[in-house]
Design a protein around this ligand. Structure first.
Ligand SMILES: NC(=O)c1ccc[n+]([C@@H]2O[C@H](COP(=O)([O-])OP(=O)(O)OC[C@H]3O[C@@H](n4cnc5c(N)ncnc54)[C@H](OP(=O)(O)O)[C@@H]3O)[C@@H](O)[C@H]2O)c1
Length: 350
């Protein structure tokens, strides 16, 4: 194990990110320490300024280490971990920012981080850290929305999933969350219809969607309602500005569960949910970190993803774009992310 560590610190909600020494972490019984080789940035990491950071993570203690997406080698194994060994090449969902964790040692943006063993996936031989690191938060958020009983409550994915006579709509399917939602819903046996910009339609089809519609098309709702005629809509994952209103409109005009899981856990989503309820539509707000506190996280990260990745049933998506090396490159990656990406995940090697 190492004797030194370094992290990208956020000293206070209004600070800039800065690299500095960090304590050498040690794993709890059900945890592993991972030597970080690649990390990915997410919109939540790119939130800046005192008010926004306090709004997104009101509980967060400072100084904090942000970041959720890690790939690297297991460097130390907790006493209760039997399924992982030192040297394993893994990806994992770092929970340092979660309310239940609230711990800089568990943040992604450092050289050595602590991961919960049940949120770690061993990578197939030959899968690059930089490719696979796109997955953790996208997978966790998509899985929370699709499979948690307080969200869409769908059947979990498995190698031998039955073909289901139900459809899942993924609005915003070329995003990180969306491209994993498409694949996980297909992995659970559902038919998938989706929205994305036209230049991403082939990509979204290649992930498993049978129909893809341009979300900017003013007739998108009508087109999707028509595509859903004669089908049961098991639920919708709504991602992207304007997605919730249109997902509710579609749920009202189709047969099925009436459930819509929104990627925006905001008061606006809650208010729209109240308005939709009398029309038989149930809106829930996803929080990607909740899979760490129920059976969905281990079911996906430990039991589904390892074989699904090695057998090509789930592939790292969206495609990685390596934008820098070293923790000091993360702020530039966040700046790039603020400018917007299309079917890309920005990755930094460490
Ligand atoms: N609640 C949670 O726990 C949680 C967790 C992760 C993310 N999120 C939120 O979920 C959203 C997606 O996150 P991400 O990391 O997946 O994003 P991302 O990959 O950075 O999003 C980029 C993609 O979004 C698509 N997009 C942009 N505007 C859209 C719109 N109006 N409708 C549909 N798609 C649109 C673009 O599609 P095209 O290029 O095809 O146009 C692009 O491929 C973000 O708002 C993020 O804050 C929430």
């Amino acid at each position: 194990m190492t004797t030194t560590n370094e992290a990208l610190w956020l000293a206070s909600p209004s600070s800039a990110l800065g690299v500095g020494p960090a304590p050498v972490p040690s794993p709890g019984p059900g945890e592993v320490v991972v030597r970080v080789r690649a990390l990915a940035v997410n919109p939540v990491d790119a939130v800046s300024g005192f008010a926004r950071r306090r709004f997104v993570y009101p509980w967060l203690r400072y100084p904090a280490v942000l970041g959720t997406d890690v790939a690297g080698e297991v460097a130390q194994v907790g006493t209760a971990v039997t399924s992982l060994a030192v040297g394993d090449r893994v990806i994992g969902f770092a929970t340092g920012q979660e309310r239940f964790s609230n711990s800089p040692a568990h943040g992604a943006f450092q050289r050595f981080t602590v991961l919960r063993a049940d949120l770690v996936t061993v990578l197939p031989t030959g899968t690059a850290f930089t490719d696979a690191v796109v997955l953790p938060l996208g997978v966790s958020t998509a899985a929370a929305g699709l499979f948690q009983s307080d969200q869409l409550g769908l059947a979990l994915p498995s190698a031998d999933a039955v073909v289901r006579e139900e459809t899942v709509l993924v609005w915003g399917a070329s995003s990180s969350v969306g491209s994993n939602a498409v694949q996980l819903a297909r992995g659970a046996g559902y038919r998938v219809v989706a929205t994305a910009s036209p230049h991403n339609h082939d990509l979204v089809r290649s992930l498993g969607a049978s129909d893809v519609v341009d979300y900017r098309d003013p007739a998108a709702v009508q087109v999707l309602v028509r595509a859903l005629e004669g089908h049961v809509l098991a639920g919708t994952v709504a991602i992207g500005t304007g997605s919730l209103a249109r997902a509710v409109a579609i749920a009202r005009r189709t047969s099925g569960s009436g459930r819509v899981a929104s990627a925006y856990p905001t008061p606006v989503t809650a208010a729209r949910g109240l308005l939709a309820r009398p029309h038989g539509v149930h809106v829930s707000a996803i929080w990607g970190g909740t899979t760490a506190q129920n059976a969905v996280g281990p079911a996906v990260f430990r039991r589904y993803l390892p074989d699904a990745l090695s057998e090509g049933r789930h592939r790292p998506a969206p495609a990685a774009e390596v934008v820098g090396d070293g923790l000091a490159a993360v702020p530039q990656a966040l700046e790039r992310l603020r400018a917007g990406v299309s079917a890309r995940k920005l990755v930094v090697t460490v």
